[in-house]
Design a protein around this ligand. Structure first.
Ligand code: DON
Length: 544
C-alpha cells in the first residue's frame, strides 16, 4: 500500500530553491499491522515524537501480531535524533540466561520449542529507554493502545491464521487457549493486558525486578524455563553506535553488533567501492551482488558474535582486505563456496519478526526490527503474565558439532554464554542519499540482510518506482548452502540462463520472504512515500 500526499508540495515551492525542507511535512508510520500503525499515529497526534510513536507501535505490534514480536522478545531500534543530528541504536536484544551456561548444545528442537528456548526478554527495557530518554509522552500514554487492544481483542487475519496452523502443535496450554483460533475469531489477552498495565505504571522496574519478574520466573521454574530473577535484574538495554558505510554518494546507517546486519552491509558495500552498479548490465549486477553476498555471509558466519564477549578480527572491514575479496570475484564464473574457506551457518527458514519505520514532523526517524524469533517464538505463554516467550536461544550456535551446520569459529564467536547476546540478522537501516532518505527494514531471518541490501540498491540506482524496491521479487545467497535462492520473477529468463552458465545453482523458493516496511522522504519537497510490503498486511499512515 502506498500513500503519497501532495498538498505540501505547494508549501515546499514557497521555500527558496536552495533550501531543503529540514523536516518532514507531518509524521508517518509504516508497520506490519494497521492497528499498530494507528497506535503510532495516535502518539504523534497527541504531541508525541517519533520515539513515542515507536514505543507505542512496538507494544501494539506485540499484541496484534503476537506471532512475530512482543515484550517476551527483543529487537533493535535505530534512531535519528534530529535536533542533535545524531544516530544511535538501542540494543534491546535478548541475553542468554545464566543456567544455559557456556557453549550449551541443544538437541535440535529444544532451542526452538518450549520454555528452555527462551532468552531474557529485552523489549521492555528498550521501550523504557525510548520513552524516558527520547520521548515526550508518559509511559502510560504509549502503553494505552496496546493495553486496549489486548483487552478488547482483535480479529485473526490470514497471515496470523497460517502461522497459528503451523505452530499450534508446540503451544503450551496457555498459548493454546489464547491463540488457537481460526481466521476471523477474536483474540483477547487479558493477562497480557494486566502485565502491560503494570508496565505502564512501573516500567522496566516492574518487568525486571518487580511483580512481573516474580510471576514470570515462578512460571519458568515450574515449566522448565531457564530465566531466573538474577538474569532479569541484570538485563540492560544498551545504546550502541550504528555501523555506517558510504557508497557512491549514499550514506548507509545500520544496526551494530550483536546484529550482523550493519557489519554485513558494510562488508558488501566495502567490496563494491570500485564498482559502479549503475553501469552494469542486469546479469552482471546480479552476479556481482550474489558473489559479494557469498563472501560477506561467509565472514559473518565465521567471525561475528556479541562484541562484548568475543573479539571481532580487527581487519574485518579493512578496505584492503575487502578489496582483495572483490578481486577474487570472476565475472564470467561463480566461485563455488567450497573454494572459499570458511564456515557455514545455514540458518533455518524462520518466519517471523517485524519491522516498522517512522518519521515525525521534526525529522526524527526510527527504523526498528523486533523479534521473538520463530513464529510464536517458543510457543510458551507464561500463564500468570500472558507473556509469549521468545526462542531466541536458537540464534546462538547451539549445535556446533554438526556437519554442514556450525563450524568451530562460528561456534566460538556465537556460542552460548551467560548474559551474552545471540548474533542477529535484523537490519534496521536508514540510507541517506543526496536528496532523499530511505528508512527500511524487514523480517526474514538470515535473508533480512540481503533483502535490505537489494532494497537499498534499488533506492540508490533509482531505476524503478519506490514500491518496486520493496515489492520486487528477491534473491539471496548466504554462502552455504551454495545456491541462489530466488522468488519467482527475480530474474528474467535470459538473466537466469546466463547466471546458470556462469555456474550458479538457482533454486526458486515457494514461499515469499520478508515483510518490508519503508519510508522514502524527499528532503527537497518534503514529500513522504510510505511503502508497506505487498507480501504482508501492513499499512502506511500519514498524519492528517
Ligand atoms: O535476530 C535474528 O536474526 C532472528 N531472530 C530473526 C528472525 C526472523 O526474522 C524470522 N523472520 N522471518
Amino acid at each position: 500500500m502506498i500513500i503519497i500526499r501532495y498538498w505540501f508540495i505547494a508549501f515546499a515551492l514557497l521555500l527558496p530553491f536552495t533550501a531543503y525542507a529540514a523536516s518532514a511535512p507531518s509524521g508517518m508510520v509504516v508497520a506490519a499491522q494497521p492497528a499498530a500503525a494507528r497506535a503510532g499515529i495516535e502518539m504523534l497526534n497527541k504531541g508525541g515524537n517519533a520515539f513515542d510513536a515507536a514505543a507505542a507501535t512496538a507494544l501494539a505490534l506485540g499484541v496484534v501480531e503476537p506471532g512475530s514480536s512482543g515484550i517476551g522478545g527483543g529487537g533493535f531500534f535505530l534512531l535519528y535524533i534530529a535536533k542533535e543530528k545524531r544516530y544511535v541504536m538501542i540494543d534491546a536484544r535478548e541475553t542468554s540466561p545464566k543456567l544455559a551456561g557456556y557453549g550449551r548444545v541443544y538437541a535440535t528442537q529444544s532451542s526452538i520449542d518450549g520454555p528452555a528456548a527462551a532468552a531474557v526478554p529485552g523489549l521492555p527495557a528498550g521501550v523504557e529507554r525510548l520513552v524516558s530518554h527520547y520521548g515526550k509522552l508518559k509511559r502510560a500514554d504509549i502503553a494505552a493502545p496496546a493495553i486496549r487492544l489486548a483487552r478488547s481483542g482483535f480479529a485473526v487475519g490470514a497471515r496470523l491464521a497460517n502461522m497459528i496452523r503451523w505452530r499450534s502443535k508446540v503451544f503450551n496450554d496457555s498459548a493454546r487457549s489464547i491463540f488457537d483460533k481460526s481466521r476471523g475469531a477474536l483474540i483477547r489477552q487479558p493477562a497480557l493486558a494486566d502485565t502491560l498495565t503494570r508496565f505502564a505504571r512501573g516500567g522496566a522496574e516492574d518487568f525486571y525486578r518487580g511483580e512481573t519478574a516474580g510471576r514470570l520466573v515462578a512460571d519458568m521454574q515450574r515449566d522448565g524455563g531457564l530465566v531466573r530473577l538474577d538474569d532479569l535484574a541484570a538485563y540492560r538495554a544498551v545504546e550502541r553506535e550504528p555501523v555506517t558505510v558510504d557508497y557512491h554518494g549514499f550514506h548507509v546507517v545500520s544496526a551494530a553488533l550483536p546484529s550482523s546486519g550493519g557489519m554485513t552491509l558494510a562488508h558488501i558495500f566495502g567490496q563494491l567501492q570500485g564498482d559502479d552498479l549503475k553501469e552494469l548490465a542486469p546479469v552482471d549486477r546480479a552476479h556481482l551482488l550474489i558473489e559479494v553476498m557469498k563472501r560477506a555471509y561467509r565472514d559473518r558466519n565465521a567471525y561475528l558474535g556479541d562484541a562484548d564477549f568475543v573479539t571481532i578480527p580487527k581487519d574485518y572491514l579493512d578496505p584492503q582486505r575487502l578489496h582483495k575479496l572483490r578481486d577474487s570475484i570472476q565475472m564470467e564464473r561463480t566461485t563455488p563456496s567450497s573454494e572459499l574457506t570458511g564456515f557455514a551457518e545455514p540458518i533455518g527458514a524462520s518466519v517471523d519478526t517485524t519491522h516498522f519505520s517512522i518519521i515525525d514532523a521534526e525529522g526524527n526517524m526510527v527504523s526498528a526490527t523486533l523479534s521473538i524469533n520463530y513464529g510464536f517464538g517458543s510457543g510458551y505463554v507464561s500463564p500468570s503474565t500472558g507473556i509469549l516467550l521468545n526462542d531466541e536461544m536458537d540464534d546462538f550456535a547451539t549445535r556446533p558439532g554438526q556437519p554442514n551446520a556450525y563450524g568451530l569459529v562460528q561456534g566460538k564467536a556465537n556460542g552460548v554464554a551467560p548474559g551474552k547476546r545471540m548474533l542477529s540478522s535484523m537490519t534496521p537501516t536508514i540510507v541517506i542519499g543526496p536528496n532523499r532518505t530511505f528508512i527500511v527494514g524487514t523480517p526474514g531471518g538470515s535473508r533480512i540482510i540481503s533483502m535490505v541490501l537489494l532494497a537499498s540498491v534499488g533506492f540508490m540506482m533509482d531505476e524503478t518506482a519506490p514500491k518496486d524496491w520493496v515489492n520486487a521479487p528477491r534473491y539471496h545467497h548466504q554462502f552455504l548452502p551454495d545456491v541462489v535462492q530466488y522468488e519467482e520473477g527475480a530474474f528474467s529468463p535470459a538473466v537466469a540462463a546466463e547466471l546458470r552458465k556462469r555456474g550458479h545453482t538457482l533454486k526458486q523458493v515457494s514461499r515469499r520472504y520478508g515483510n518490508m516496511q519503508a519510508i522514502l522522504w524527499d528532503r527537497r519537497s518534503g514529500r513522504l512515500t510510505g511503502i508497506s510490503d505487498e507480501r504482508g498486511e501492513g499499512a502506511a499512515l500519514q498524519q492528517p
